[in-house]
Design a protein around this ligand. Sequence first.
Ligand code: CTP
Ligand code: MN
Ligand code: MN
Length: 461
Amino acid sequence: MIPLKRRKVSQTVNQPNQTCKFPHVSIFILERKMGSTRRAFLTRLGRSKGFLITDTYSSSITHVVSENNTGDDVQTWIDNQTGQESSSSVHLLGIIWFTESMEAGQPVPVEDRHILKEALELLAENAEYSDNEGRSVAFRRAASVLKALPYRVQTMDQLKCLPCLGEHSQRVIKEILEDGTSSEVESTRHSEQFQAMKALTGIFGVGVKTADRWFREGLRSPSDLICTGQQLNRAQQAGLQFYDDLNKHVTKAEADMISEIVKEAVSAVLPGAEIQLMGGFRRGKEVGHDVDFLITHPEEGREEGLMPKIINWLEGRNLLLYQKWTRNSYLEKLDGPARPANNMDRFERCFSIFKLDRPAEATGSEGVRSSDQSEASSWRAVRVDLVVSPYSQFAFATLGWTGSKLFERELRRWAGQEKRMSLSSHALYDSNQRCYVRVQSEEEIFAYLGLEFIPPCERNA
Ligand code: CTP
Ligand code: MN
Ligand code: MN
C-alpha cells in the first residue's frame, strides 16, 4: 500500500545549522497539501543554500511558500494561526518562487509574474491532460514570456507589445491583475479531473491516454489502482512501487552520485567512452525529476551494443530497480530529413530506475526522523535516462538532450521556418543546399542556424 496520505506527525525538522546568508528573508513552508516528506526535503535544500527557513509560523515570517493551495487557502490558514487578520506584508508564494530562488542561489524578487506564470502553467498542464498540445504549448509560451520579463506586470498596457500572449492567456492575466485570482485557474486547480489526472500521470509509465481511460473508469489515485487490481505493465508496476521516491525531486548531489556510478560502469565495459550529464542538470538546475546521460565513443562504431553491457554491469551490482532498453533504429538514408511528428529520437537508450544508496548521515543519525518508510530507508529510487549516440551525431544529440523541451521546440521551429533547415537530435538537414550539415560541436549548430551560441544555463525557457 502506498502511503499517499501519511500519518501526520509532529514536525521534527532539523533546526537551522547551516550559516544563514539571507537573514532578511524568513521563509515558512506550508505543509498543507504538500506533505511532511516534501516539506522536509525543501527545508533541507533551502537551508543547505543558506536560506532561513523556520519550522513554525510566527509574525517574523516574511515569505510563506505553499504548493497546490490558493492564495485564499493560505491566508485563511495564517489567520487561524495568528488568530487575527495577518498583516499584508507577508508574501504568499507558490513553489515556483522557491525553486527559482534555489536555482538562482538567492531569493529572487517577489513579482506578480510568479503568480501569473503559475496560473498559465497550470492551464498548460490541464491542456496536456486533455491531449490538447497546441493549447498547452500556447500557455507554456505565454508563461515563459512572462518569466523572462525584467519588470513587474501591473497593467495590461505593459503586455501590449509582447509576443506569444494569446487572447486566452491575456484574459487570465487581466483577471488576476484585477481580482488577484482567475476563476478559470482556481476551478481547474480544484477540479476532480485535474487532480486525478495529475496524480495518475504522476506514475512513471502512465501517459495521458491511460490516465484518461482510468479516470473515465472512475479511478482517481494510485491507491485506487491497487484496490481495483488494474492490469499494469512492467513500467507502471515499478512506477507504483516507487511512487513516493519518483515524485520527490532529485538533487544535484544525488545526480553527481549517479554520475559517478555511470562513469564507473561505462569505463569498465568500454574504456575511452565519453559521458555527459544532460537535461536539466546540464542547464544548471539544482533539482530535477530524473538524471539524463549521453554516452559516446570517439571511434565511431565502438559504441554499438554498449547499452546491454552497461545494464549487465549495473544489474550485477544490484543497482537497477527497473530498466527498459531500446535499440538504435536511426538510419539517415531510410529516415530521411523529415522529423517524426513527436520529435522522438531513435538512439539506443535505456529508461531506468536506479537504486541509490543514501549517504550514512542522511538516513537518520542526525536525528531527522520522518514518519514514512521511504525517508528512513537506506536507499532511494531515482529515474535515470541513458542514451548512446554515435560520435558523428554527438553534437546534435547533446543539443537535443539538453532541453528544455520548450527551448528545443522553439529552436526546431526557427530552423524550419526561418532557415529552411530540419533539426533533430541526429542531424541538421539544409533544404536549400539539399545536404546534411556535419558538425563537431553545439557551437557550430548555432552558427549554421544563424544564431549566437546560447549556453545551456540560458536554455531554461
Ligand atoms: N528528450 C528526448 N526524448 C525523450 C525524452 C527526452 O529528446 N524521449 C529530451 C527532451 O527534449 C529534453 C531532454 O531530453 O530536452 C531532457 O528531458 P527530461 O529529462 O524529460 O527533462 P529535463 O529538462 O531534464 O527536466 P527534469 O529536470 O524535470 O528532468
Ligand atoms: Mn531530466
Ligand atoms: Mn529524462
